[in-house]
Design a protein. Structure first.
Length: 175
């Protein structure tokens, strides 16, 4: 989907205070082909939305597949810090685009953040594997969950029955 936004120019202003590591943000922007200029507590971003999203997704993908050293070598900072800076930069850009009524671009950036950056950050250090490799454990967990839920439901049912509250069908009234 990021390819579809290639060639879409963005020009927005965000709050510089929202970005925790300005040096890293400038390095990230430069490597993503985004012009970043700071003046008076404001940060102006100019560049291609699709190119920026592809660069962010590439870094998130490297982190997801446990290649943090490549991200760290590229920016000179820990991979999680890089993704956090991407997250802040994209979130602020999304908010600025929403204020400019560019909803399509803002929702695209929101999707990049939620399905790319956050996933790469949260699952960094966890080796991805197929669910079929743990089929027995997953089946047991699901069966146990269903049985436990039914058991708990009956215990609540009998508890209320002990209090004198009973479930009974309503009376039909004929007209």
């Amino acid at each position: 989907q990021a390819q579809g936004f290639k060639g879409t120019a963005i020009d927005c202003t965000i709050d510089a205070q929202a970005i925790p590591d300005m040096d890293l943000a400038e390095k990230i922007a430069a490597m993503a082909g985004i012009q970043l200029s700071q003046s008076g507590g404001k940060l102006t971003l100019k560049g291609d939305l699709g190119t920026m999203a592809l660069a962010a997704l590439k870094d998130a993908n490297l982190m997801y597949y446990d290649k943090e050293t490549r991200v760290s070598d590229k920016y000179g900072k820990p991979g999680k810090q890089v993704l956090f800076t991407w997250w802040k930069l994209l979130k602020e850009t999304k908010d600025a685009l929403k204020q400019k009524k560019l909803v399509k671009q803002a929702s695209f950036l929101d999707e990049v953040v939620k399905k790319g950056i956050e996933v790469g950050y949260n699952f960094s250090g966890i080796a991805p594997e197929k669910a079929s490799s743990k089929a027995g454990t997953l089946t047991f967990s699901l069966v146990f969950y269903v049985c436990y839920t039914i058991w708990w439901g009956f215990s609540i049912f009998f508890l209320f029955e002990g209090f004198g509250l009973a479930m009974e069908a309503g009376k039909k009234e004929e007209m």
